[in-house]
Design a protein around this ligand. Sequence first.
Ligand code: DAH
Length: 360
Amino acid sequence: MSDLDALQSKILADIANASDEAALEAVRVAALGKKGSISALLSTLGKMSPDERKTEGAKINLAKDTVTRALAARREVLKALALDARLASETIDVTLPLRETPAEAGRIHPLSQVWDEVTTIFADMGFAVAEGPDIETDDYNFTRLNFPEGHPAREMHDTFYFNPKDDGSRLLLRTHTSPVQVRTMLSQQPPIRVICPGRTYRSDSDQTHTPMFHQVEGLVIDKSSHLGHLKWILHEFCKAFFEVDNVNMRFRPSFFPFTEPSLEVDIQCRCDKNEIRFGEGEDWLEILGCGMVHPNVLKLCGIDPEVYQGFAWGMGIDRIAMLKYGIADLRQLFEGDVRWLTHYGFKPLEIPTLAGGLSS
Ligand code: DAH
C-alpha cells in the first residue's frame, strides 16, 4: 500500500470514528487545513517535474476529493444523530397530570371567604363598609356605648388592657366592633347604613372561644327605621348567607347597654352528626345580638335622639362560618394547619358573588 493510500485510509478511519461535529472538524483540519497532511502533500507538487506532477497531482487530488466527500457524508450523519438525541431529551409526555400552579394550590381561608360573603350580601342591600382600629380607647369601646364607669357589663367583656398612661387612661384591644358605630356616628350625619367587619379580642379560650375572633357590626340610623326593618334585613341576610329558601328565626329579649330594647337572635336548625340543616329541626343556635340604638348612645355620639333613631346588630363571623362550613372547633380556624386549610379553604378564583353563587 502506498503512503498516500495509507494516509487516506487513516483519515477515512478517523472520519468514521469522529463521534461529534467538533471531533470531525478536528479531523478535517488535520487533513485539509493549512498545515494538514493532505495540504502538505499538495504543496510538494511545485517541486516535481511536470510528468510526476501530472500523475502524483491526480492521485493526491483524488485522495483530497475522497476525504472531502467522506467528511461531508459523516457531517450529515452526525447532524442527524445530534438532532435525534435532542428530540429524545426534549420529549414531553402529554399524558402526565398537570402540576398545579401556586395560584391553584393556594387556598383562601374560610374566614376570609365568609367575610367576603357577608360584605357581598350587605353591599347588595346598600350598606357601606366602615372600619376602625383594633386598639381602642375605653371611651369608644365602653363609655359612649352607654357602659357607665363601674357598670358590671364592663366586667363581662374580659378586656385586654394596655398599661395605664400618665393621665391614668388605658387603651385596650376592642372587645367588640361596636366602637366602629361610635366612630361612624361621630364622623357622619344620618342617614347612616354601614356594616363594620373586624377583629375583636377577649381574654377567653376554649372550644368556642379564642382570644381573637371576628364580628360584623351593622348600624342603620335615620328618622324612621324600626325593629321591623331590622328583622327583615337579618332574615334576608340569613337566607342569602346560608343559601336556603327559608330560615326560621327567634328573637329573644336580652340586655346590652347600647340598645333598648335589646334582642338576641337564634336560627332554627337540625344539627345531625355530619350535617346541619337550616329552616327546620328542633335546635336553635344563637348567632347575634341586636336592638334599637339607645338614645344615650345617639346623644353621646352627637346625634339628636329627638330627630333620629335606628338599630344595630353584632354578629360573630367565626360562628356563622363554623355553622355554614361544618367546622367543629373554633380554634382550628387560627391554627394555620395547611392540611386543614387544603380541606376547608377555597380556591382563589371562587370569589363569592350573589349572581354566581356565594359558595359554589
Ligand atoms: N357588641 C355586642 C357583643 O359583642 C354585640 C352586639 C349586640 C352588637 C347588640 C350590637 C347590638 O350592635 O345592637 O356582645
